[in-house]
Ligand binder design. Structure first.
Ligand SMILES: [Mn+2]
Length: 358
């Protein structure tokens, strides 16, 4: 309460206690009326002053917010690299995305206005449908939030696809029916073909980018538009500390996925790859052809499609690499100090329980 208001209320109380005589009643009445006018005027002035002050402080608050918003954009300093413990760019100048190398606000602002749709394929065949719920629910919390996402769930069991997962605005799910496969390796071998066909037949009309993800995975942290690029691959969490001669590439010359011991950049994991539709279409088409050539001579690459993916990415360098933060493995624990944030991770599963064969 302002001092002016106090005075007014004080006066009102004083006059309220007064007793009046009949002779002076009219005069008192006029005095009361005048005082009421003064009181009302005073109150009005107080109210005006108060609302002016309030609006000024509100403007100041808003200005402060805007200022903070600007201050959060830390200036990039050429002589102060953000990460010195890990490689953040490849020898062919593709960025490697790690926590700390990008500003999520800057990335979001750059991409949100572009009206992008991200097609996302996920294979849930046989008993793997059990992973769908966690996969989808965690994706809705962390995967490309704010962008339009169209999930394509490839499955032989459409009835097992949970139909009560709430999808965000602009996000939808389609089921693509696939045959039942007898061996889990078969799923891996056919995936490239099925993705290629899906891109050619329908996805190419409705999306700007595509990501191909494994279903036995869960999102734990942001996987946003910082992961978008023409050709995107993720570095395998189990092999990044090894020399290339020890990467589990296909080493038999009889396979089209063959990579000699003295070649190779990184070992990529097939659990997540993606990019622009055209680039991923070319990748899946090439891998499919190589898989078919191998099959015709009775050869199966050591890690099926992953071996072919690695062969392709050696000759067609990815334009953006995702650090193992984007394809972690729960079985690996969380002790590696270079991993500041696990974003997407393979869940620990009982292989005997989910695979038709081991
Ligand atoms: Mn998997």
């Amino acid at each position: 309460m302002t001092s002016l208001q106090m005075v007014m209320v004080g006066r009102f109380l004083v006059f309220g206690n007064c007793c009046c005589t009949t002779a002076s009643e009219r005069m008192r009445g006029r005095e009361h009326f005048q005082l009421s006018l003064v009181l009302a005027g005073g109150m009005a002035i107080c109210w005006l002053v108060f609302s002016y002050c309030a609006s000024v402080s509100l403007t100041q608050v808003n200005r402060q917010v805007v200022l903070n918003h600007r201050l959060q954009r830390k200036q990039a300093k050429l002589m102060e690299p953000v990460r010195t413990d890990v490689l953040t760019v490849t020898p062919w100048l593709a960025p490697i995305v790690w926590e700390g190398t990008f500003d999520p606000q800057v990335i979001d602002e750059a991409f949100m206005s572009q009206n992008l749709t991200i097609a996302t394929t996920v294979f849930a065949v046989g008993r793997y449908t059990r992973f769908l719920r966690d996969f989808l629910e965690s994706a809705e919390k962390h995967f490309m939030v704010g962008l339009e996402v169209h999930y394509y769930v490839f499955t032989d069991l459409p009835d097992d696809v949970p139909n009560n997962v709430t999808l965000g605005v602009g996000r939808l799910l389609s089921i693509v029916r696939v045959p039942k496969f007898d061996r889990w390796q078969e799923i891996s071998l056919r995936r490239m073909e099925l993705i290629q066909t899906a891109i050619k037949d329908h996805i190419h009309r409705g999306a700007n980018y595509i990501f191909c993800l494994d279903v036995d995975m869960r999102f734990h942290g942001r996987v946003g538009p910082e992961a978008l690029g023409r050709l995107v691959a993720a570095i395998h969490p189990w092999f990044y500390m090894y020399p290339r001669s020890q990467f589990p590439y296909e080493r038999r010359t009889v396979s089209t996925a063959y990579i000699p011991l003295d070649q190779g950049d990184f070992y990529y994991q097939a659990n997540i790859f993606g990019g622009a539709l055209e680039d991923v279409h070319r990748l899946t088409k090439t891998c499919r052809e190589h898989l078919e050539v191998d099959k015709s001579v009775g050869v199966e690459a050591v890690w099926q499609e992953e071996s072919h993916l690695n062969w392709y990415l050696l000759r067609n360098k990815p334009t953006k690499l995702l650090s193992p933060e984007y394809v972690w493995d729960d079985a690996k624990g969380r002790d590696d100090k270079e991993i500041k944030l696990v974003r997407f991770s393979s869940v620990i599963k009982n292989k005997a329980e989910v695979r038709e064969n081991l």
